[in-house]
Design a protein around this ligand. Sequence first.
Ligand code: SAM
Length: 329
Amino acid sequence: MAQDSLGQNQLHTNEQNIGFYHNPVMLAECLEALNIKTDGTYSDCTLGGAGHSYAIALRLDENGTLHAFDRDEDAIAFAKRRLAGVKPKVIIHPVRFGELKNEIEAGTLDGILYDLGISSHQVDESARGFTFVGNNPLDLRMDRREGVSAQEWLRTVSADDLAAALRKNADMDRAFKLSTRIVEMVAAVSAEGRSVLPSDMKAVVESVFPDKKREVNGLLARVFQAIRMEVNGELKEIEDSLRAAVDCLKVGGRLVVMSYHSVEDRCVKETAAEFERDCICPEHMPVCTCGGNHRRLKKVNRKPILPTDEEIAKNSRARSAKLRVYERV
Ligand SMILES: C[S@@+](CC[C@H](N)C(=O)[O-])C[C@H]1O[C@@H](n2cnc3c(N)ncnc32)[C@H](O)[C@@H]1O
């Protein structure tokens, strides 16, 4: 796919002025998948540092509209500066993208983009407790104004529920042993009257996987991912929002979703599959009674689009990205 040098150059010029937040992944591929009309109406459901939003805005004229969603107030503040002065109308929705159906009228969008997961800024700001670098108390919320932090959640969760989250959100092995030790550790740390730290989690992971010393950071990253996804309700957000997205799109509009790990990708694929069938009768029904004709999405690419080796060499965060593209029918 051709690199769009206009978008990329203008993006870098702007970045130099306002500082670094996040390097947009598969930018040219996302723009091509959105099939942008200059006077169209688009939604970027994961604004972040506005890397994708800014490039979309450059392709819209004064008759175009961009709706942008993020639940993180740092992202909203940064993106507002970055999008200042662009031609199209930009409407920022500082809410969860699970709220899409309450914010956008049905049948009005030409394209919707999701760049799932967390931004480099969220990872790099170790004070926000997203990372095990820096050893700050575990928080892991994208929106610190709502819900409970990771350590508050860990204080109340049972070993069974934590094991289920480790399996569902990160396909973790030895999930029950791990969850039991985490629950014990959290109780001990709370009795000491201090916060749960990444170093406490690391000690637990090392004790459960003594045979995988070299993989400890990768395993710890998956434990963090599982807890983060639970604290932010990430899979439910994706399911709710994708279902609403189908209603919000015009016929011919594009649904473009980029995921970064197999659990997210499976959720995207399975939720979209609900809308790719003409017949929605339960599988056990011997004959169709729904009348058929229910199909509302078709795949634009049979297989997900992957980043080029060149992009992965420049931005290691791109290495696990998978882009799925659908059209509203
Ligand atoms: C990978 S980053 C997006 C980066 C952006 N595409 C860019 O180029 O700068 C994902 C962003 O989505 C936001 N996010 C994740 N889940 C969300 C949700 N359910 N509702 C709203 N925002 C969400 C995160 O706060 C984060 O800023």
